[in-house]
Design a protein around this ligand. Sequence first.
Ligand code: ATP
Length: 165
Amino acid sequence: MDLWTKHCLCMCEDFLTRLSGNESGAENAALVEIENMVMDMGGSMLTQYGLPEPQQEHFERIGIDYKRETSYDIEKERHISNQNRNLLNEEQRIVHDSFVESALSATSGIFFLDAPGGCGKTFLIQTILATIRSQNKIVIATASSGLAATLLSAGRTIHSTFKVP
Ligand SMILES: Nc1ncnc2c1ncn2[C@@H]1O[C@H](COP(=O)(O)OP(=O)(O)OP(=O)(O)O)[C@@H](O)[C@H]1O
């Protein structure tokens, strides 16, 4: 418990950002994550080690990632999608529509987007993210570097998202 009290703030930092400053939510999310890790390693509930009991019913084992990916402001995403779609050029529109159709019809597919710098790849990807999120579907935006991830709405690195070793 002393360790938790001492390092609680640091361990909650990322969750605090993700949960827009909700301190009790962030503390709970950190405890849920720790408990899940401990359980994955064959350990016990945190209370067995004298730590506070996380409220797992809010997060369940599926975790905070699922919560975040299902907590977008649908109206805001719809607004971004509508606004950007009207601006797409013909090529961007073809890619947008093909990708969205494939994603929403749950057919699998691999799309490779390549164009010179400044041609609108990021703009197109942002539009695709907003279109899919506006339909209350999950789309996970990842990039190979942290810097590239910051260009995407709710983008994260591939490493942290998929636990790439
Ligand atoms: N269809 C569009 N309508 C209006 N603005 C656009 C459109 N496509 C791209 N832009 C704008 O053009 C600029 C360059 O686009 P973007 O950053 O998406 O290019 P990029 O291909 O991702 O570039 P890089 O490869 O250098 O990262 C941005 O300011 C973006 O908002």
